[in-house]
Ligand binder design. Sequence first.
Ligand code: HEM
Ligand code: HEM
Length: 230
Amino acid sequence: MQPSSKSTQLPIKTKVWDIPTRVFHWGMLCLLAALYWTASEGEMEWHQICAYGLMVLLAFRIIWGIIGSETAQFKHFVHSPKVVFNYAKQVKNKQAPIAVGHNPLGGYMVVALITLVCLQLISGLFATDDIFTEGPLYASVSSEVSSWLTWLHKKNFDLILVLSAVHVLAVIVHRFKGEKLVAAMVTGYKQLDRHVELSFRSLVIAIIVFVTLAIPITTWLILPVWQQLI
Ligand code: HEM
Ligand code: HEM
């Protein structure tokens, strides 16, 4: 569904986000906070367990971006630079339409945030604190490469914080313009100025994909760390 031009119709309550996309977003936010806290407190077993939980969520979201509900699909919100540039011009002229899912500018931000969180996770797999904790792929690279990836692991998190701040600021700006994006990410419903038909994928398919990813990640990554804890 492409955004259409603004009309004068009364707001129409429309379901735009499915449950899996909302669970992914708020689950990722909670796990990122937990990952920051566990690293600061040196709770490195819990750091790894949270990271592997996030791995399940991220892998799920990438697959859902291909086979999921319409607004969750990457092709729905990742547009060509030309479309993004035209949208930015509409924003500047205060003519931008209310987006059905992510707007074209926001779409690029979503891809950037997911990419950075993936990079954080991958660099963590090779990282070491030079005391007790080594990522599961630490031994597969030289100590120079591991040191560099540990450095990246620390710096990249700062970048995630900067981009998240911009992301939240954008959400606040939209709120001032009357668009309740947070409420939509919580309830799934958004007030639109026109009727739109969206297709949603069954929750059962989401659960099957999620469990299929969770079983091997739990068996090979989470359980060995859990055994060190008990
Ligand atoms: C309190 C903090 C946050 C709030 C209030 C918030 C709010 C939102 C809202 C309202 C949307 C939907 C935007 C739209 O309608 O286009 C969204 C999407 C998104 N946000 Fe956040 N966000 C927060 C933190 C974060 C953080 C820390 C990250 C990651 C580093 C993040 C990553 C994303 C991603 C990837 C999406 C797209 C969701 C999807 O399509 O699956 N958010 N956020
Ligand atoms: C997306 C997932 C992850 C996030 C958000 C994350 C976040 C963080 C943060 C914020 C720090 C503290 C950085 C600093 O001191 O400035 C850290 C340190 C660390 N993380 Fe992660 N991490 C993730 C995944 C992983 C994974 C999978 C491992 C594998 C074991 C890992 C291992 C480490 C280690 C060893 C350190 C300590 C580095 C040191 O103090 O020298 N992380 N992580």
